[in-house]
Design a protein around this ligand. Structure first.
Ligand code: SF4
Length: 346
């Protein structure tokens, strides 16, 4: 489904058909053109062939769970993972992938081990949100927010990620408020600079994961291209220009980035910044071990004492292997879903 093609597919039809089609897809969330009764029968039949609406996916969990994961099969057979997070306050946030695999090779990340297979189009990013919007529809619920924190680095696919943001934000489409959309980057400085100049209300999150260059470079190859201080200088410029709060993500890994001195170094870096630090429990991918709850509480205390806003997040989706890239392996990405029947075995 390439949403940018729908105008072409409807060429020769009256102009208002485009608005009707978009309404059908994004507002009424139809899964079959037969449900768009405003269209003549022949047009419905043609669209079923030229612009089919079904989304092929394998779902893990159900909407009663705090997290529902889906593997969506793309038109070339590659698959991407996407997660719906259901919050206790009623919000429904979709965590989207921006690439199949990822070129950034972070040491703690399962997706990073896949390397990059390809980037997603804007439509393929939006498709993930549409999938969950349809899933929630029978409950009278909607997707209220989107975070770009799934597979891939959004700023390594900048143009398509930003085009997807605009599609998601479209008032005549899924109408997800910009303030409810967050883009997370591992620290691509050029991407942050471009994002600063977009003047969007979209939130920015930075995967920091270590306060010192040595540890950060061991965890994240991208950190070899800049220092922590250089990254923070670019973020400071973003804050100065946009007056928007930045989220710093800190994955807590036992014996790696959870030492006392790292807590104090982190607090020092964050002090006085318009930011929030999000301490995230690590879901082990086999290489590292999670930090203990005590270490997380220690970090939280140190940051609070320094006056730094902080939250501690135990990951949504642990029950469906919800950490980035943990469901899909490299081999899976090449295999069509038809031969995967047992969700528990994936
Ligand atoms: S953590 Fe994010 S940026 Fe790093 S390898 Fe995984 S998907 Fe890519």
């Amino acid at each position: 489904m390439d949403f940018t093609q729908i105008g072409e597919v409807l060429e020769g039809e009256p102009k208002y058909r485009l608005a009707q089609a978009k309404r059908g897809i994004f507002v009424d969330l139809v899964e079959d053109w037969e449900q768009v009764t405003a269209f003549p029968k022949a047009l419905r039949a043609r669209l079923a062939v030229d612009f089919p609406l079904p989304i092929e996916a394998q779902t893990f969990g159900d909407t009663k769970m705090t997290a529902v994961k889906a593997l969506i099969r793309l038109s070339d057979g590659k698959r991407i993972e996407t997660v719906l997070m259901r919050h206790t306050d009623g919000r429904n946030t979709v965590c989207v992938s921006s690439q199949v695999g990822c070129p950034m090779a972070c040491a703690f990340c399962a997706t990073g081990k896949m390397s990059l297979l390809r980037s997603l189009s804007a439509s393929e990013i939006v498709l993930q949100v549409l999938f969950f919007a349809r899933l929630l529809k029978p409950e009278g619920e909607r997707v209220s927010g989107v975070v770009f924190m799934g597979m891939g680095e959004p700023f390594a696919n900048y143009d398509n990620a930003l085009a997807a943001v605009r599609m998601l934000n479209d008032h005549d489409g899924l109408n997800i408020g910009a303030r409810h959309i967050s883009i997370s980057t591992c620290g691509i400085l050029e991407g942050i600079r471009r994002f600063t100049s977009e003047a969007l209300q979209v939130n920015l999150a930075i995967s920091l994961h270590a306060p010192d260059d040595k540890t950060r470079r061991e965890l994240m190859p991208v950190a070899r291209t800049h220092t922590v201080l250089e990254l923070l200088a670019v973020v400071d410029e973003y804050i100065a220009q946009t007056k928007r709060k930045v989220m710093f993500e800190y994955l807590m890994i036992g014996g790696k980035n959870d030492a006392d001195e790292q807590a104090h170094a982190l607090a020092k870096l964050m002090q006085g910044k318009l930011c929030m630090v999000n301490l995230i429990a690590y879901n082990s991918t086999g290489v590292f071990v999670p930090a203990t709850r005590e270490r997380m509480v220690f970090f939280k205390t140190v940051l609070e004492q320094a006056g730094v806003p902080v939250t501690v997040r135990f990951r949504h989706g642990r029950e469906v292997k919800g950490a980035c890239g943990q469901l899909l392996t490299k081999e899976d990405a090449y295999v069509l879903p038809s031969d995967v029947t047992d969700a528990a075995s994936v």
